[in-house]
Design a protein around this ligand. Structure first.
Ligand code: NAP
Length: 257
C-alpha cells in the first residue's frame, strides 16, 4: 500500500516531462493517490494530456493562476468529481526573463507586482479555494516549491528570490490560519533542476555545476528526489509538520563557503 493511498491530489504546474510538478504527480500516482492536473493554455494542454494518461490522472481544466474565475471553475469541478480534496501541489512561478539577469535594482513596478502575484499570491488564492474541500475530508496537506534564493542573495535569481521570500512567508501565515482545520502547509526548497523555468535564469548551468562540486553529497539533486520528499510531506508520515521549508538540495544550503 502506498503512502498516499486513496488520497485525492490536485497538482498545478505541469508544463512538460521536465517539470518538478510532473515528478511529484508521478510519485503520488505510484504511491496510490488519485491525481488531477491542470494546464495553462492550449500548447500546454497538448503536452499535459499525454502525460496525464501515463499515470491515469484526470485533466481538470485550464488554470491560469491570475484568473479568479478559472480558480473557481477548477475547484468547482474538483468538488463535483471528488466531493473533497486531500492534497494540493502548487508548483508555479514567473518572472520576466529581463529580471533574471544583471541587477535586481532595475526591476519595474509592474514586473515586480506580476511576479509576486503569480509566484506567491497564487498560493494564497489556491489555498483559500482548497480550504472547504479539505475541511470536508477532515484535513489536508498543501505544498509549494521554493528555492534557496529566498533567503540568500544568488546572482541572477533576483526578482524570483524576492517572490520566493514572500512565498515562504505565505506558507507560515497560511499554516497558522489553516492548522485548526488540520490542513498543513509546507514548502519544499529544491536544488537546481533543468526545466523550462530555470532555463530563463542567466548562468543557471554554472550555478548548478557549483552546487554539484560544493554540496555535502557532491552530486546534483535528482528530480525524482523532489517527488519522493513531496509525497512524504503530503502524506500522513509528516502529520506533525507544518509551516516549514524543507530543503531537498543535496545539503547545499548548510554550506558557508
Ligand atoms: P516549469 O516546468 O516551467 O514549471 C513552472 C510552471 O509554472 C509551468 O507549468 C508554468 O506554465 C507555470 N506558470 C507560470 N505562470 C503561470 C500562471 N499564470 N498560471 C498557471 N501556471 C503558471 O519549471 P519548474 O522548475 O518545474 O518550476 C516549478 C516550481 O519549482 C516553480 O515554483 C519553481 O520556482 C520551483 N523551483 C524550481 C527549481 C529548478 O531549479 N527548476 C528549483 C527550486 C524551485 P507556463 O509554462 O505556461 O508558464
Amino acid at each position: 500500500m502506498g503512502i498516499v493511498q486513496g488520497k485525492r491530489a490536485l497538482v498545478v504546474g505541469v508544463a512538460n516531462d521536465k517539470s518538478l510538478a510532473w515528478q511529484i504527480a508521478q510519485t503520488l500516482a505510484r504511491e496510490g493517490a488519485e491525481v488531477a492536473l491542470t494546464y495553462q493554455g492550449e500548447v500546454l494542454e497538448k503536452r499535459v494530456r499525454p502525460l496525464a494518461a501515463q499515470i491515469e490522472a484526470s485533466v481538470i481544466g485550464e488554470l491560469d493562476v491570475t484568473s479568479d474565475a478559472q480558480i473557481a471553475a477548477v475547484f468547482a469541478t474538483i468538488k463535483e468529481k471528488w466531493g473533497g480534496l486531500d492534497l494540493l501541489v502548487h508548483a508555479v512561478a514567473f518572472a520576466e526573463r529581463e529580471d533574471l539577469r544583471d541587477r535586481f535594482l532595475t526591476v519595474s513596478r509592474a514586473n515586480f507586482a506580476r511576479s509576486l502575484e503569480i509566484s506567491a499570491y497564487s498560493l494564497v488564492a489556491l489555498a483559500r479555494a482548497a480550504e472547504p474541500l479539505m475541511e470536508a475530508c477532515g484535513g489536508g496537506s498543501i505544498i509549494t516549491l521554493t528555492y534557496l534564493g529566498a533567503v540568500r542573495a544568488i546572482p541572477n535569481y533576483n526578482m524570483m528570490g524576492v517572490a520566493k521570500a514572500a512565498l515562504e512567508a505565505c506558507v507560515r501565515y497560511l499554516s497558522m490560519d489553516l492548522g485548526a482545520k488540520n490542513i498543513r502547509v509546507n514548502a519544499l526548497s529544491a536544488g537546481p533542476a533543468r526545466t523550462l523555468s530555470s532555463s530563463a535564469i542567466r548562468d543557471f548551468h554554472t550555478m548548478a555545476h557549483q552546487v554539484e562540486e560544493r554540496a555535502p553529497l557532491r552530486r546534483a539533486m535528482r528530480p525524482e528526489e523532489v517527488g519522493t520528499m513531496a509525497a512524504a510531506l503530503l502524506s500522513d508520515f509528516s502529520s506533525g509538520v507544518t509551516g516549514q521549508t524543507i530543503y531537498v538540495d543535496v545539503g547545499f544550503n548548510i554550506m558557508g563557503f
